[in-house]
Design a protein around this ligand. Structure first.
Ligand code: PMP
Length: 344
């Protein structure tokens, strides 16, 4: 008998089809059944692999991209990593314009994945020619055969999740999902997933997680942009100081806001209760679930799916570092610090 070799063609074959994992310990005193869609299982360790692959393959289908062409985006985060990874496999150049606030680790990681990184000053306005938005636009205009991903304003960001994340969750829950809870940054994840799920069952309730200091919740309630809502916060990837067109506010029933401090502690709690080493926004989403449960949002029959966007390894110098936590004033007491050191 001839055995076939079982191997993937390349890492891109592993994008999507992430597992749904029950959350049992951290939810022990909460009403309902909780399931986490753990996006860290993507090869680039985040949900952004889905949009990178979809947007690039859509440009290929439309004949916009040819081998050797260039992918351009403004991000030092997960999207940058995913775009670099897809570009390497498919033979594109990847140019990322990033803010000078980005950590050296992040920039090194992108360079390791073959990206060309332009570091732009953080302290200039978005319309300044030196800003990373303007640098990306200029490079796009100057570079023939280039695609500007523009994730905050790209409909394909929503479509990627409509075509993959939504159907996966519907199938994994056998259609029994009652609530979807997800972080909102560009809004692509929550909008695309919600669109698919609500088409199957309009009764499914969709709740977005937002940060204090972001305009999303207020905009959802009033449909007006209120700059008074904006102030600095620490969670990266959650909330926004502008209204992204990649967010379909009509598909979201409500937003729940979470603090930097509670989200950081809840991320640590996920690691030492469920063994899930996930990112800061996953902590934020879990924190949102706790608050929603306290507000009486769920009952014993609820089947709640929460999306955990990325892996914990990207936050070693932040929420998983005791000195950082201490500097932020996130450890209230000396005993809390000692307890953290013991389990970290
Ligand atoms: N978490 C992290 C870590 C992210 O990088 C992002 C993307 N900005 C999100 C959550 C939110 O996902 P989306 O952009 O699809 O709303």
């Amino acid at each position: 008998m001839k055995e076939e070799i079982k191997a993937y063609d390349n890492v891109l074959d592993l994008i999507g089809n992430t597992p749904l994992i029950k959350l049992k310990k951290i939810t022990h005193n909460m009403k309902g059944n909780y399931f986490a869609k753990v996006e860290a299982f993507n090869p680039g360790h985040s949900s952004k692999d889905r949009i990178a692959l979809h947007i690039i393959e859509e440009a290929e289908r439309q004949g916009i991209l040819k081998p050797g062409d260039t992918i351009i985006e403004t991000t030092s985060g997960n999207t940058g990593f995913s775009l670099a990874m897809v570009s390497i496999i498919k033979g594109y150049k990847c140019i990322l314009a990033v803010s000078s606030k980005s950590s050296a680790d992040k920039i090194d990681m992108l360079k390791t994945m073959g990206a060309m990184v332009y570091v732009c000053p953080a302290n200039v306005s978005a319309d300044d020619p030196r800003s990373y938005y303007e640098v990306a636009k200029r490079l796009h205009n100057e570079t023939e055969g280039s695609v500007y991903i523009n994730q905050y304003f790209n409909e394909l960001n929503i479509e990627a999740h409509y075509k993959t994340t939504g159907p996966e969750i519907w199938e994994q829950t056998a259609g029994k999902i009652t609530h979807l809870v997800a972080c909102s940054g560009t809004g692509g994840t929550i909008s695309g997933t919600a669109k698919f799920l609500k088409e199957q069952n309009p009764e499914i309730k969709v709740i977005g997680i937002d940060a204090y200091g972001s305009v999303l919740q207020k905009y959802h309630e009033t449909r007006e942009f209120d700059s008074n809502e904006i102030y600095p916060y620490r969670i990266e990837g959650l909330g926004k100081n502008l209204i992204p067109t990649a967010t379909d506010f009509d598909k979201i029933d409500k937003f729940e806001k979470v603090t930097d401090e509670s989200s950081a502690h809840t991320a640590r709690e996920l690691a030492n209760t469920e063994g899930l080493f996930v990112g800061y926004t996953s902590g934020a989403a879990m924190q949102g679930l706790k608050q929603l449960d306290e507000e009486g949002e769920f009952n014993e029959e609820s089947n709640i799916v929460v999306i955990f966007p990325d892996h914990g390894s990207r936050y070693m110098s932040k929420i998983y570092n005791d000195d950082w936590m201490n500097q932020q004033g996130f450890f209230d007491t000396e005993s809390e610090l000692i307890e953290q050191i013991e389990y970290v």
